[in-house]
Design a protein around this ligand. Structure first.
Ligand SMILES: [Zn+2]
Ligand SMILES: [Zn+2]
Length: 120
């Protein structure tokens, strides 16, 4: 896949809160996810590249928002899809991760029994 074009705008806006507790696009489509990533520019919460639909990277390319931060409890790394490397970023607007009671994979009730076989 081609690198994300660099936007003229900043890649990280620490004032924007996350879009919600789960993958925005999976919620719309009735899908499920493994881990969650948060767009550091607009707060879009999407599913990771191991998830069936890979919505976080799809958003990064479509919106040209190249940096995500993990939305998993206990993880605080940023990833840049342009450099394909981790980077340091500022503290973002809370919440920093999805609700602890939310299962992984999630959401509750939509994860198939053979979910491990469906990971990328
Ligand atoms: Zn998703
Ligand atoms: Zn975004």
């Amino acid at each position: 896949m081609a690198p994300v074009p660099q936007d003229d705008e900043v890649a990280i806006d620490p004032t924007v809160p996350p879009s919600g507790p789960g993958c925005l696009d999976c919620e719309a489509a009735g899908g499920w996810w493994f881990h969650l990533r948060r767009c550091a520019r607009c707060g879009h919460v999407g599913c990771c590249d191991s998830s069936p639909s890979q919505h976080a990277s799809a958003h990064a390319y479509a919106a040209r928002h190249p940096v995500v931060r993990s939305f998993e409890p206990g993880e605080d790394w940023f990833w840049d899809y342009v450099t394909e490397d981790y980077l340091d970023g500022p503290e973002l607007a809370p919440p920093r991760y999805h609700p602890l009671e939310q299962p992984v994979p999630g959401p509750a009730g939509r994860v198939p029994d053979d979910w491990e076989e469906q990971l990328h």
